[in-house]
Ligand binder design. Structure first.
Ligand code: 5BU
Length: 273
């Protein structure tokens, strides 16, 4: 059967990339396909929210460049929380430059992303050199890359042949590219006639997930976990303001539990209808 009709555990066995395998195993172990995006600007808030939602997530997504009081102790604490609560880390860096530059941005600078982030992502717009550049840093560290094949926002340009070309670029780098940021499964998209792609299993991580509102004033569009996981076949739901934007710590915990449950019920409905 198509990969998304198999269990996360079955799929974990078939992935060679260490980050993809660890993510699938974590999802299975915690019964959670929830990734929380913690888009806050203060170190203390960032760590407090992660400590609250940690038990309910497989993955924590960061935008480390928005943190005003960033220093290397933040990364030490983040790694401790990752071990304490058993989740992986995804820096949503959206690299978009030539291979040589992205290799430096990934390994160096203030943030040294490759040294702590299991998964990161890149725009395919520069062409395959961006994957080669990031792989030169990430592969020796056992990291995984997601290509942005689609986006969640109104009017975005990642559609049609652009999306198909992103999938083709990923197929040429299967050891390092573990999947996509996308709104639905990419199975067979962009395949040439006779190309054997039935066994491929790219992970689909999907932002733009919310249960209470349809979007924001800047083009974001939300779908429910059911639409994303059950109807569109995506693997991980990414939720930001729907969870951390809820005020009290108790409410943040409650929303994390709620999205974990909704995401898992949708998955169970998919693999055993
Ligand atoms: P929200 O608060 O749930 O809307 O946050 C969504 C997060 O996912 C936010 O960090 C975005 O940068 C990120 N995102 C997105 O919303 N849509 C996309 O297409 C991509 C990333 Br790629």
């Amino acid at each position: 059967p198509s990969a998304h009709l198999q269990t996360y555990a079955q799929r974990a066995e078939k992935h060679a990339n260490p980050a993809a395998k660890a993510l699938l195993e974590t999802i299975e172990r915690k019964s959670s396909n929830l990734c929380v995006s913690v888009d806050v600007t203060k170190k203390a808030d960032f760590l407090r929210i992660i400590d609250i939602v940690g038990p309910y997530v497989c993955l924590v997504k960061t935008h480390v460049d928005i943190i005003e009081d960033f220093d290397s102790s933040l990364i030490d604490r983040l790694k401790e929380l990752s071990a304490k609560h058993d989740f992986l880390i995804f820096e949503d860096r959206k690299f978009a430059d030539i291979g040589n530059t992205v290799a430096l941005q990934y390994s160096s600078g203030v943030h040294k992303i490759a040294s702590w982030s299991h998964i990161t992502n890149a725009h395919p717009v520069p062409g395959p050199g961006i994957v080669t550049g990031l792989a030169s840093v990430g592969t020796p560290l056992g990291r995984g890359l997601l290509l942005l094949a689609e986006m969640s926002t109104k009017g975005n340009l990642a559609t049609g042949t652009y999306t198909a070309d992103a999938v083709r670029m990923a197929r040429a780098h299967r050891d390092f590219v573990i999947g996509f940021i996308a709104m639905h499964r990419m199975d067979g998209i962009g395949a040439q006639a006779g190309e054997a792609v039935e066994d491929e299993d790219f992970l689909i991580l999907t932002p733009g997930v919310g249960l209470d509102v349809k979007g924001d004033s800047m083009g974001q569009q939300y779908r429910t976990p059911r639409e994303v996981v059950l109807e569109s076949g995506c693997d991980v739901i990414i939720v930001g303001r729907g969870i951390y934007g809820k005020g009290s710590d108790a409410e943040v915990r409650e929303q994390a539990e709620r999205y974990r449950r909704e995401g898992w019920v949708a998955y169970e409905g998919r693999v055993s209808p």
